[in-house]
Design a protein around this ligand. Structure first.
Ligand SMILES: O=C(O)CCC(=O)C(=O)O
Ligand SMILES: [Fe+2]
Length: 329
């Protein structure tokens, strides 16, 4: 008789071992990995990444510290690092803590709280600070959070670099193969710690995080074991659960990668609907282009998509500024 209790739901996206690119693999292994990335990106825009080399002890610690911050900090601790507008104290309009409902997606309040960290800007003489140009606002509780997250950023950045290297190979770009590596060398990355209380039972059409695509290059999502929260839109418009896979990052491509590939790879829309009793925690890392990177549709991709450019050149920092301005109430 079938053991129904043991039947596992199939994963909606391919699982890709990135170790040939993090670990200097052989040419055939790199080629196979690049092929898997090419199909995952054109079929879904989402995939799971294993073989990244970041130990579970570190990712578990990151999630545990984030949970501890959200659930055990005092209100004063949170207010001390509140996101504030440029010109208001240490605010730069982007970094810091947002209370539940402060973040807005598609004009609606999201049901989560979060802390945003960005790549440090070389000159943070201030205040006042311009939009996105201030220092990160680190929680004082738990005390080891800052050091652990700073170490994590270095590790996850290296995985991001390996993935974008593999993407250049996957697209068979020839002389341009390293285009994504070159333009993310000083990645203006973003890391969010997000805390999601369950949505109210009565809030039948509420969202923990509204439908959106990500702004940049690629996102590496680290999330706790909560199922049925992150949902991804398929090509035919249905929504599927992108449940966590132990030891894997959920990786998706963002708007800049769509722009570079002239839509050959789409930045797939996704959302979070967390109706459970538990407090969900996720820490997405957005591996983005350099602030002044110019993203121009790649000629090879324009050819493969019918010869018409679907978007103009964008400078990543300008794109980010316009996005961040639309994010807050
Ligand atoms: O928490 C998640 O699972 C995803 C969050 C997300 O999509 C985002 O912050 O862009
Ligand atoms: Fe997202």
């Amino acid at each position: 008789m079938a053991q129904m209790g043991n039947v596992k739901a199939p994963l909606p996206f391919p699982v890709i071992d990135i170790s040939p690119f993090t670990n200097n693999g052989t040419a055939p292994h790199r080629e196979r990995c690049a092929k898997e990335i090419a199909s995952a990106c054109s079929d879904h825009g989402f995939f799971y990444v294993v073989g990244h080399g970041i130990p579970a002890s570190i990712t578990d610690h990151v999630l545990g510290l984030a949970r501890c911050f959200f659930l055990e900090s005092t209100d004063d601790d949170k207010v001390a690092i509140a996101r504030k507008n440029p010109g208001d104290g240490n605010g730069d309009g982007a970094r810091g803590h947002q209370r539940i409902g402060d973040n807005v997606t598609g004009g609606r309040r999201d049901w989560h709280e979060a802390v945003d960290f960005y790549a440090e800007v070389p000159d943070t003489s201030g205040p006042p600070y311009e939009l996105l140009k201030g220092p990160n606002l680190w929680p004082r509780h738990p005390p080891e959070l800052r050091k652990t997250l700073e170490e994590y950023v270095e590790l996850v950045k290296a995985v991001g670099q390996a993935i974008v290297k593999a993407m250049g190979v996957a697209l068979e770009l020839g002389d341009d193969e390293d285009i994504f590596v070159r333009n993310t060398f000083n990645s203006f990355w973003v890391m969010r710690m997000i805390g999601y209380p369950g949505l109210d039972r009565d809030d039948v059409d509420g969202f923990s995080c509204g439908e959106h695509s990500d702004y940049g290059c690629i996102t590496l999502l680290l999330a706790d074991s909560t199922k049925g929260a992150l949902q991804v839109q398929t090509k035919n418009g249905d929504w599927v659960d992108a449940n966590p896979l132990e030891g894997a990052f959920v990786v998706n491509i963002g708007d800049m990668m769509e722009r570079w590939t002239n839509g050959l790879w789409k930045s797939t829309r996704h959302r979070v609907v967390h109706r459970g009793e538990n407090f969900r925690v996720s820490v997405p890392f957005f591996f983005e282009p350099d602030w002044d990177a110019r993203i121009v549709p790649l000629e090879k991709c324009v050819e493969r998509t019918g010869g018409q450019r679907i978007g103009e050149e964008v400078v990543y920092g300008e794109h980010l500024v316009s996005k961040v301005k639309g994010n807050f109430y």
